[in-house]
Design a protein around this ligand. Structure first.
Ligand SMILES: *Cc1c(COP(=O)(O)O)cnc(C)c1O
Length: 372
């Protein structure tokens, strides 16, 4: 069994993907070809944001968004330590300082009630992460942001397609950033990403920054980066849009089915999904004690698992100076207990039953003391 089954997805979409790639090879516009604008239009329409700017990766989307907001040395950005390193990395790269706020223990998303206490005169933005495919509490975050005149950047790398109070992830904040890394809910066959915004001036800034700050060819009105998404990758995402809604439906259904099957399982904690939103399960993640032993037992039965993430950022060597070691206890506890199970739109119910049966046995086995 594969942790994320991209082969079945390719088999289902092969004619559309192959034809899309062939079209690019035929017209030869590998950089900023027609597929780039077409994808941006399709994704803007899907998300409900006014503008979509494709970029080289999810990391680049975050970096360019911060640059478009003029973030620089000494600025403070409030974010969560329980995320992939890219979220904090781009802040530090610009000379700014990530200010870590702890998570809600049951959703693993930033605890909006703890944000206001961390705002200082140097705070310039709030950057929540919609972890595992469930949007953070964006309305509560927006209330605090509005009170302090701060922009909000959603790290939606894991949540593209998710809904929150009737709106789509990516279109819930000043800027929304997603990733098309192959294993994300909407992936390409390499690196790619996108920025969403309904602010015309910010969209223009992002477009300029992704091509070295050019407002016209060889007129560099600002400092930028080489941050374009290439035409071939846009063609792959366009082809994948063909069954994206179906895939989202499958992900939601498989997530609900995992939940139902594991609900009463002693020793397995489930992620909470709030009533006003859904989860597209970029990762189907549970909480277990004795995680190493559970993972090994599953591996012995051919069930791959992963940990997102084994160490919160404030305890990583590169970021440890930013926070006292006991400042985010819920993030530390989550990092010790989270474990992700196989999840993709093409996972079958039979495979899912196999995962659940193996997990049940593994958890029961580690709960009984080891015999010497
Ligand atoms: C994947 C991911 C990123 C980075 O995306 P890339 O496309 O790999 O650069 C950033 N933040 C989170 C939460 C992610 O999961």
């Amino acid at each position: 069994m594969q942790f994320i089954d991209l082969k079945s997805q390719y088999a289902a979409l092969k004619p559309a993907i192959d034809a899309g790639i062939q079209r690019v090879l035929d017209h030869g516009q590998y950089i900023m070809g027609p597929e780039v604008a077409e994808l941006e239009q399709r994704l803007a329409a899907f998300s409900g944001a006014g503008h979509c700017v494709t970029v080289a990766s999810g990391t680049e989307a975050l970096l360019i968004s911060l640059m478009a907001l003029g973030i620089g040395p000494g600025d403070e950005i409030i974010t969560t330590p329980f995320t992939f390193a890219a979220t904090a990395e781009v802040i530090v790269l610009l000379g700014a300082v990530p200010v870590f706020v702890d998570i809600e223990p049951d959703t693993c998303n930033i605890d909006a009630t703890r944000i206001e206490a961390r705002i200082t005169p140097r705070t310039r933005a709030i950057m929540p992460v919609s972890l595992y495919g469930q949007v953070a509490d964006m309305d509560a975050i927006q209330v605090v942001a509005t009170r302090h005149g701060l922009p909000v950047i959603e790290d939606a790398a894991q949540s593209f397609g998710a809904a929150y109070r009737g709106h789509h992830s990516g279109a819930l904040s000043t800027l929304g950033c997603t990733s098309f890394f192959p294993s994300k809910p909407l992936g390409c066959y390499g690196d790619g990403g996108a920025i969403f915004t309904s602010d015309e001036a910010l969209a223009r800034a992002c477009r300029e920054i992704r091509v070295h700050g050019q407002s016209q060819r060889y007129l560099h009105t600002r400092v930028g980066v080489g941050g374009r998404m290439d035409t071939l990758q846009c063609a792959v995402v366009l082809a994948k849009l063909g069954r994206f809604e179906w895939e989202l439906g499958r992900r939601r259904a498989l997530g609900a089915r995992y939940h139902a099957l594991l609900q009463a399982e002693p020793g397995v904690g489930l992620l909470a999904v709030r009533d006003d939103r859904d989860c597209v399960w970029a990762q189907y993640t549970v909480f277990v004690d004795e995680r190493d032993r559970v993972q090994k037992a599953l591996q012995a039965r051919g069930i791959p698992t992963a940990v997102h993430y084994p160490r919160p950022l404030h305890l990583q060597p590169a970021y440890a100076s930013l926070c006292c070691s006991d400042c985010c206890p819920a993030s530390v506890r989550a990092s010790q207990r989270v474990m992700s199970l196989p999840m993709s739109a093409d996972l079958t119910e039979a495979q899912q039953d196999e995962v659940v049966a193996a997990l049940r046995e593994a958890v029961a086995a580690v709960a009984t003391p080891e015999v010497a």
